[in-house]
Design a protein around this ligand. Structure first.
Ligand code: B12
Ligand code: SF4
Length: 653
């Protein structure tokens, strides 16, 4: 049965809301298919505003892969701002997709991409607006299967009650496999209803269906065990890994936003995974092993993506872009190719070394050299050993000196506060470091107008990292240290006026900590916060710490646990963690050993260049680290601006 667009009801309301263009769809490279000509239909959601969600690569990739299937339809939906939400409720308009303006409740699947946990209340808002029961167990065969993906899905327990399923890891192949299962089940006449469909998904071992697992607790509030409550369901659910990125050159047709968005450029992911081993970094841990895209694969994606989108800027995306084994060839090849054109290139790398500056210089040959970003993450050498960020102060000074001498005027340094074992002194070292940077820059350039901005975020311990057992610092400690740091920066006026300082207070991070390491009991808190008006928790203007504190008191304390219990409490080795049945490939014993090494201030090398240190990922997944040199041809080097591009015969058509 065909599904009507809600646009006729929506359109008259749009002049009454802010940024109405975000709801109209029709972006370049968007797809609207005939509903009746397809057999499996996905609504894909990024649970934040359009301006943040549209550039999301994960959603863009899955949208395109699904729409390439002739009998599959995928449309996008984003969180609507509270002004439109109120009007939609008043006029009975359901959560809709921006492509066909179809009601989300009519789709077979609702796939939600969580890059951050602060989007959880927006999930509830969308479900409610869509008319989908909040609790998965209240849904019938008529409702979409709600599936979470993205990095936060590595511990979906806090939202387990609201999800039918979650997928850990890469989605490229997973969404096609899920589609096939749904297609068959529908074609067979939906045997066994929703329950059978979920069982078929769970049976694959790579789709987690929370309702098929029972959580038992100890009297002291800790988890005793998590066990499957039916046959056919595995004890542990494994993560998905797309091994050959060259086989999945998506997005081929990047979406071009209609309204202003956070990323007005095209991104090409040059590799996935990271083995640097920063102990705080969940993304680095859960996306192992390293898988590089080949040189010609990257060249082809850049060329075709630019042709398809008309973007004038390309970002070479990854967790640490300067670490691609052929990054020199990539930047040189692309800089040659686009020299003299309007296309600018950027490398969002934060690695602290002079080579990184060389790469940035190469990419900005014709452009303005405004700012470069580096991430030492910790202020003292000691704390950098704890977090395994092997950067010496000399490295940093040498790197920024090279940057200032090459014409860069602004250097931005990222740090964290509240790290395990941290003292005031570790944080105060950030001020000294920034002052040294300004001194070195002035000396190297002879100029007074150079700037250094220090940007500081509160550390949040994350699942599947060596810091998953750590006590999170309370917001008062973080805020106090940052106050002292500000005073130390300003203590020397002549240097301090060239140093900018940006930080957020520690309160939102404590809530992020609750949502990151929480278990199923935290679901009640999320629901209460949402019912009390909580949404867009990633936005300071909407976030209310008090609302979360009150909801924790009401929902957790009767159960004998609390906000502090979930956040500022250190866990011991024997504790069953809420995500232990979700397999990221990392060996828990290795993670614990690495946590002990952190406490002993012992560093760990990068296994790309040194022997394997047995984190567990490669053997458990039957895979290997994949780094170049790829042996493939260089990128086509005829500059586009000086004649028509010569196609490299090595490029696939
Ligand atoms: C570009 C980027 C941004 C951009 C754009 C964000 C956007 N809308 O895409 C900006 C600058 C805005 C940004 C902001 C933030 N970011 Co950011 N960002 C990135 C970055 C560099 C790339 C993301 C990316 O495109 N990855 C590649 C795509 C292909 O991967 P993916 O989205 O995970 O999708 C794959 C799978 O997860 C899966 N999948 C995803 N969704 C779904 C859904 C379903 C149903 C299924 C089956 C599968 C599936 O399939 C996809 C293909 O394999 C990553 C680091 C990285 N390299 O991943 C950090 C990263 C995602 N960001 C991060 C953070 C913390 C933030 C902020 C919270 C920072 C802040 N304090 O403000 C905000 C949050 C913004 C928001 N509200 O969402 C962290 C998340 C860490 C975590 N979960 O603990 C990361 C990992 C960086 C890091 N190392 O810490 N970010
Ligand atoms: S198993 Fe060894 S080679 Fe593979 S990611 Fe872990 S440490 Fe590196």
């Amino acid at each position: 049965m065909s599904v009507e667009s809600v646009f006729p009801q929506l359109e008259p309301l749009l002049p009454r809301v802010s940024k109405p263009v975000q709801y109209v769809g029709g972006e370049l490279n968007a797809t609207v298919k005939d509903w009746d000509a397809t057999s499996v239909r996905w609504a894909l959601m990024y649970p934040d505003a359009y301006e943040v969600g549209l550039p999301n690569q994960g959603v863009m990739i899955l949208y395109e892969i699904l729409n390439e299937q002739p009998d599959v339809l995928a449309e996008r939906t984003y969180a609507v701002w509270p002004d439109l939400e109120a009007l939609m409720r008043e006029h009975g308009i359901p959560q809709f997709t921006v492509d066909g303006h179809r009601p989300v409740g009519a789709f077979d699947l609702l796939g939600v991409s969580f890059a951050t946990e602060l989007g959880y209340t927006n999930l509830l808002g969308a479900l409610d607006l869509a008319g989908i029961p909040l609790h998965a167990t209240d849904r019938t065969d008529e409702h979409p299967v709600v599936i979470a993906g993205g990095h936060a899905a590595f511990n979906p327990e806090p939202i387990a009650d609201f999800l039918d399923a979650a997928v850990l890891g890469d989605g490229e192949e997973a969404v096609l496999e899920i589609t096939a299962i749904v297609r068959d089940w529908k074609a067979e006449g939906r045997p066994g209803g929703r329950d059978e469909l979920l069982a078929r998904l769970a049976e694959t071992g790579g789709v987690y269906v929370p309702r098929f697992y029972d959580v038992e607790y100890l009297p002291d509030g800790r988890i005793q065990r998590v066990v499957p409550n039916r046959d056919r369901v595995p004890y542990r659910v494994f993560k998905r890994t797309t091994m050959d990125l060259d086989d999945w050159p998506y997005p081929k047709q990047p979406l071009v936003p209609l309204a202003e968005s956070v990323h007005e450029r095209m991104s090409v992911e040059i590799f996935r995974g990271c083995t640097r081993g920063c102990r705080f970094c969940q993304a680095g841990m859960i996306t192992r092993p390293v898988r590089e895209r080949s040189l010609d694969g990257i060249g082809e994606m850049v060329q075709k993506g630019l042709e398809a989108s008309g973007f004038e800027e390309v970002g070479l995306l990854s967790l640490s872009s300067a670490d691609h084994s052929e990054i020199g060839e990539i930047t040189r090849g692309l800089a040659d190719r686009y020299e003299g054109t309007n296309t600018s290139l950027s490398l969002p790398s934060t690695r602290v070394d002079a080579f990184n500056v060389d790469l940035a210089n190469e990419l900005s040959r014709n452009g303005r050299r405004s700012g470069l970003t580096f991430a030492p993450e910790g202020g003292s050498e000691r704390i950098r050993r704890v977090i395994n960020k092997m950067v010496s102060e000399e490295d940093l000074i040498r790197t920024v000196t090279t940057a200032y001498s090459s014409g860069w005027r602004q250097v931005k340094l990222y740090f964290m506060c509240g790290l395990p074992t941290e003292t005031d002194e570790d944080v105060l070292q950030i001020a000294r470091m920034a002052q040294e940077v300004i001194r070195a820059g002035r000396e190297a350039t002879g100029r007074k107008d150079i700037r250094c901005t220090i940007s500081i975020g509160a550390f949040v311990p994350k699942p599947h990292t060596p810091f998953q057992w750590a006590a999170q610092a309370d917001p008062e400690t973080v805020d106090n240290r940052l106050r002292k740091l500000r005073a130390a920066v300003n203590a020397d006026r002549s240097l301090g006026r060239n140093i900018g300082m940006r930080y957020h207070d520690g309160k939102p991070s404590l809530i992020e900590g609750l949502l990151s390491r929480g278990d199923r009991r935290v679901g009640r808190v999320i629901e209460r916060v949402w019912r009390d008006g909580g949404r867009f928790d990633g936005w300071s203007e909407y976030f209310s710490f008090q609302r979360w504190v009150d909801a924790c008191a009401a929902e957790l304390e009767p159960l004998g646990v609390s906000l502090d219990w979930f956040t500022t409490r250190e866990r011991d080795e024997t504790e069953v963690l809420p995500w232990d049945h979700l397999d990221s490939g990392l060996d828990k014993e290795w993670l614990w050993a690495d946590w002990q090494d952190a406490l002993d201030e012992r560093e760990q090398d990068d296994c790309r260049w040194t022997p394997c240190f047995d984190c567990g990922v490669c053997p458990s997944m039957g895979t290997d680290i994949q780094v170049g040199p790829s042996g493939t041809a260089l990128l086509p080097i005829t500059p586009v601006g000086k004649g028509s591009p010569v196609r490299n015969p090595a490029l696939r058509s």
